[in-house]
Design a protein around this ligand. Structure first.
Ligand SMILES: NC(=O)C1=CN([C@@H]2O[C@H](COP(=O)(O)OP(=O)(O)OC[C@H]3O[C@@H](n4cnc5c(N)ncnc54)[C@H](O)[C@@H]3O)[C@@H](O)[C@H]2O)C=CC1
Ligand SMILES: O=C(O)C(=O)Cc1ccc(O)cc1
Length: 366
């Protein structure tokens, strides 16, 4: 008998999981989404084996259910599932970026057939929706599992086995430590990125040329400000206590920095920057944690017509697909750099080899 896996919410994350899990012959993937166009797309593109339209009752025969809707919707779906007279035990998980509110709801469930284990695959994109879904989105990414009081170690292992085709690295955390850590390294940086963009927009009223000077650094640090605002509002709301605490700490830190700047303390400023550099350099980029979403390769190119096309053509000739291209610090007549992002380390390494053979200077961050 195939294992019946229902995925509710077929957006970027739900459909990426569906695509990954559908690779296993033993899996029967059943999709549900509140948006009928999304369900239609899932069916037409064979992202799922079957679709259902009456949730939660149509999920009654599921062996596993993965809730992949926005966090507030996931909580509502979980409450609805509590009413379903499941004939057999069902493991329910989710993908929400914040865990405490979901786990709190799960701990209140009355249905004895439900075993809930929280989940959070820690990779994503600034895009949303089923059309942006990729089977390899979570390859080498951390996938956090947050067990509940009613889940056993064996059930956690069983869920891991189901999720194995995502090729993620599983770790188990409790919901509080998860929300604290992701608050610091994932959620809070989004707030700051947006605030930096607001500051630049404000100053662009004084200097209309300002956007043209927004070089690599500004683009790097604000990249995540281009993410899905509805998703991030939901994340900030569910992790609001931590966000408020981190903002307070940040304000204190900024006051400290202002003092460093105002007093022109050269030694202290170098020490401050040095400590940040050492810690940042030590984070590493070879695995997909929260910082890198892809495997990046830097290529030096001359700012000349056709340089970009030549690099992409060389890789296309070898059927290598590039996930993202960014042009860094390119100025007229001066050496510029391209950042090419690949889905796997193998593609990154092969591309490095091909480009080096053609005389390009390349670099992979260690
Ligand atoms: N976008 C990202 O980078 C990441 C997001 N997450 C989490 O994944 C979850 C989904 O986010 P995305 O896939 O990015 O959003 P998305 O906007 O791409 O997809 C959400 C999907 O849920 C559907 N939906 C909304 N309400 C529903 C309901 N009541 N019943 C069924 N379907 C419903 C929508 O129609 C949409 O297809 C969120 O909880 C988020 O915290 C986790 C890791 C990364
Ligand atoms: O790549 C980034 O910076 C992301 O922000 C991706 C991301 C978004 C939301 C999550 O819950 C986990 C990862």
């Amino acid at each position: 008998m195939k294992r019946r896996i229902v995925i509710a919410g077929l957006g970027l994350i739900g459909a990426s999981i569906a695509k990954g899990l559908a690779r296993v012959a033993d899996h029967h993937i059943i999709g549900y989404d509140i948006n009928t166009a999304t369900l239609e797309y899932a069916k037409q593109n064979n992202i799922v084996h079957e679709v259902i339209t009456e949730f939660p009752m149509d999920a009654i025969n599921a062996d596993y259910i993965i809730l992949a809707a926005p966090i507030s919707e996931t909580i509502a779906l979980l409450q609805k599932l509590d009413e379903v007279p499941f004939p057999n035990r069902v493991i329910i998980s989710d993908v929400s970026s914040v865990k405490q509110s979901v786990i709190h709801t799960a701990n209140q469930l009355k249905n004895k057939k439900i075993v809930f284990i929280g989940g959070h695959p820690m990779a994503g994109s600034h895009k949303k929706g089923i059309e942006a879904a990729k089977s390899h989105l979570f390859e080498n990414a951390i996938y956090v599992l947050t067990p509940t009081v009613n889940s056993t170690n064996n059930e956690v292992e069983e869920l891991k086995e189901i999720l194995l085709p995502t090729k993620s690295k599983f770790i188990t955390l409790n919901a509080e430590e998860h929300d604290e850590m992701t608050g610091v390294v994932s959620h809070f940086p989004h707030l700051i990125a947006s605030s930096l963009v607001h500051q630049a927009e404000h100053w662009a009223k004084t200097h209309s040329y300002l956007p043209n000077l927004a070089a690599g650094g500004f683009r790097d640090i604000t990249r995540i400000a281009s993410s899905n605002p509805t998703l991030w509002q939901d994340i900030f709301y569910h992790n609001r206590k931590k966000m408020s605490q981190l903002l307070e700490e940040w304000i204190t830190e900024m006051q400290f920095l202002k003092n460093l700047v105002d007093t022109s303390s050269k030694k202290e400023m170098i020490q401050y920057l040095d400590r940040a550099k050492n810690y940042r350099d030590g984070l590493g980029t070879s695995d997909k944690g929260i910082i890198p979403s892809y495997y990046d390769l830097y290529v030096d190119i001359r700012d000349q017509t056709g340089a970009l096309a030549e690099v992409t053509q060389l890789l296309a000739d070898e059927s290598i697909s590039i996930n993202n291209i960014q042009i860094l610090e390119i100025r007229e007549g001066i050496m510029g750099a391209l950042r090419l992002s690949f889905a796997t380390q193998q593609l990154q390494k092969s591309s490095e080899h091909i480009l080096k053979q053609q005389g390009y200077e390349t670099m992979i961050e260690k």
